[in-house]
Design a protein. Structure first.
Ligand code: NAP
Length: 288
């Protein structure tokens, strides 16, 4: 299969490109310098020339504070970018695999969100990602929209710069005697290596539609940190941060756990408990 990966040098994009390449697919890894998704002509020219059978879009503007500061830019990338890719994919009869987010929900539900729950985003990032989902779903039938949560991978996240949550915790533990983490926001840490494998599995079928795609289970950021230190055998004093110790400038869902209902119904879910992904990440980090 000929696969174009957009955002190919990003945290998820690197693993997606590797996952397809290792299965023998022909991969076109497209960086920002190769394609500007907010520009219709750039997208159309690039995809018409390459004519991939599958387009995987991992590109986004997803730094939450930056999206709030620059809503037009966030909509141009997360909303219109998804529209431009949908139109171009439809024109060349390619399937579009588009990555979205748990931040489409407001967090009020308190039990895992399923695909049929109605989105109600709390911030510009979430609103623009929902708009992207609707563009994809309304323009091209041959689509997969995958919502994921709290991803971490071996390649750094380009939008947020520097370290993923695991590396940040390990660094703080090395530098300080005490680490303080919030215990009031619940997510599902999901490894990009595992998500990339799920994307490959889905690409082999034509059960198009909207899917939740995260590791199994959930935790608070504090519980995530506790597991990291336990698995890495790091001795550090880990404390729950006081309310408002790390004031947030932009509203975020307190609970954005997703249930992979659609994948399970189709017998396609490959995800393991989130702790397994962290263990695998740490053992591969030790080999690096
Ligand atoms: N990070 C999370 O915890 C999280 C959680 C849920 C969902 N997601 C979603 O997961 C996806 C992947 O996230 P990630 O962490 O892998 O992101 P990332 O590391 O920041 O990578 C994003 C990639 O997209 C490229 N890009 C940005 N704007 C572009 C544009 N206008 N045109 C073309 N390429 C552009 C970036 O290139 P440059 O850096 O050169 O601009 C980079 O290669 C996103 O859709 C995000 O919304 C992330």
């Amino acid at each position: 299969m000929k696969v174009a990966v957009i955002g190919a040098n990003g945290q998820l994009g690197v693993d997606v490109a590797n996952a397809f390449a290792s299965r023998g697919d022909q991969v076109y890894p497209l960086k920002h310098s190769d394609i500007e998704i907010s520009n219709c002509a750039s997208v159309s020219n690039c995809l018409t020339e390459l004519r991939p059978q599958l387009v995987v879009n991992t590109a986004a503007m997803h730094h939450v504070e930056n999206c709030e500061r620059e809503p037009e830019k966030a909509f141009a990338i997360n909303g219109l970018g998804a529209r431009n890719l949908s139109l171009a994919a439809r024109d060349i009869d390619a399937t579009l695999m588009h990555v979205s987010t748990d931040y489409v929900f407001d967090g009020d539900k308190k039990s895992p969100y399923v695909e049929s729950d109605v989105p109600r985003p709390l911030n510009v990032y979430g609103i623009t990602k929902v708009s992207g989902e609707y563009f994809v779903r309304s323009i091209t039938n041959k689509h997969f929209v995958l919502r994921t949560s709290a991803i971490y991978g071996e390649s750094p996240c380009r939008a947020k710069g520097g370290l993923n949550f695991i590396e940040l915790m390990l660094k703080l533990a090395r530098e300080r005697g005490e680490v303080r983490v919030v215990d009031s926001e619940f997510v599902t840490p999901t490894s990009t290596a595992e998500l990339a494998q799920q994307i490959v599995v889905l690409s082999r079928c034509d059960f198009y539609g909207l899917y939740h795609a995260t590791a199994e289970g959930s935790c608070s950021w504090y519980e995530f940190a506790r597991e990291i230190f336990a698995l890495a055998d790091v001795k550090v004093s880990l404390k729950v941060a006081e309310p408002n110790e790390f004031p947030v400038k932009v509203a975020r869902p307190k609970y954005s756990v997703l249930e992979n209902c659609g994948l399970k119904r189709k017998g396609l879910n490959i995800f393991r408990p989130w702790q397994d992904g962290v263990r695998e990440y740490l053992s591969s980090a030790r080999r690096r």
